[in-house]
Design a protein around this ligand. Sequence first.
Ligand SMILES: Cc1cc2nc3c(=O)[nH]c(=O)nc-3n(C[C@H](O)[C@H](O)[C@H](O)COP(=O)(O)OP(=O)(O)OC[C@H]3O[C@@H](n4cnc5c(N)ncnc54)[C@H](O)[C@@H]3O)c2cc1C
Length: 394
Amino acid sequence: MNSRSKPRIAVVGGGLGGLAAAALMQQAEFEVTVFEQAPALARIGAGINLSPNVTRILRAIGIDEKLRGTAVQPRSFISRMFDTGEETFRLEMGDAIEAKYGAPYFTVHRGDFHSILADAVRPDSIAMSKRLVSIQEDERGVELHFSDGARQVFDLVIGADGVNSTVREILLGPEAPRYTGYLAHRAIFPANAAQGLALDDCTKWWSPDRHIIVYFLTGARDELYFVTGVPSENWDAGASSREGSISALRETFADFEPRVQKILDACTDVSEWALYERNPLPLWSRGRVAMLGDACHPMKPHMGQGACMAIEDAAMLVRCLKETGADEYDAAFSLYRENRIDRATAIQHESSLNRWLRHDTNPDWVFGYDVFNVPLVDRAREATSDLTKRVGAV
Ligand SMILES: Cc1cc2nc3c(=O)[nH]c(=O)nc-3n(C[C@H](O)[C@H](O)[C@H](O)COP(=O)(O)OP(=O)(O)OC[C@H]3O[C@@H](n4cnc5c(N)ncnc54)[C@H](O)[C@@H]3O)c2cc1C
């Protein structure tokens, strides 16, 4: 690898997966630069769930205490019937979930989380306004070409550039992600706008074909967020989100119980987001280039696990690079895929079914996963050792 002592790694995309990968790589003393197309880190108006499988990674990055000071540790998650409000499932969270899985559950403003994560990455290693347009791999390594004409060579490249990934398109050819036929409304507003409403920390109301989840975003419980899932045959906005209409939203949820009506009445602005999916990808890397997160496996957000999977990918990728050494990137990337594809595919599938925590559910397989200690599957090594044994026995 270019007879340099430290491989140069580029991460394309400064979203949640890309920043987590960069923070973990810097801890492992890899030389890494993040390239983000946006001129500044955007404060997207959205909330995000961070379950114990990912907060244990955030602890390793060293940002769990900062998050604890900003985020909510919801006391419970409650599922309810849309019309009667009858409880169909309750998962105790708060201290109970932290004691059970050894890491907390947070709900938080995505922008607050993004900026806390960005602070864990050395500022001189994040390059903004850098949109990747193409890649050329040769004996020197991988040359990245940016829309401003700049070019830079790296030993390894990680595509963390989201659902419309340019890296994915370069590796696999153009193929737009599939619109799922569902959109999500998202809104954030002051909790006191829903005056007189005693709200639980995190509630999902389910009807046969749509839902709304409502939760707090700040430890002070002064900011409320909701996200919906609503069937909508077409999405012709040409962008992944657009401004929504409050009156249309109220119409969509007109048969939901009075608490939901009160929440919708409190909200003044709403955005709409197209929900996209892809089938599990046939390859996660080629040569010196690998991908993670939504670039690999975008999913419906119905388990609140999309960003969690991007961050788990990042942690497993760094674990594999440490395991083999970055010079053996082929082995590292193959180990990475082998140890991520089944889990990412299972979560993609479960998300698409939209039944997570609706009725009695055991969440151990999702929340109990420990990316740092789960035994590594290495089929290539196992196959070689089987062969050696067989040849030895002849
Ligand atoms: C309605 C909704 C609700 C959700 N709720 C949750 C939740 O509660 N919990 C959860 O875990 N997940 C949730 N998700 C999913 C989550 O937001 C995504 O899965 C997650 O952001 C993926 O992370 P990523 O790093 O792969 O991509 P992103 O966070 O999308 O980051 C990609 C980055 O790459 C940059 N980029 C793109 N192209 C280029 C280029 N050519 N050059 C340079 N930079 C580029 C982008 O600007 C962006 O910053 C939700 C999603 C939706 C739509």
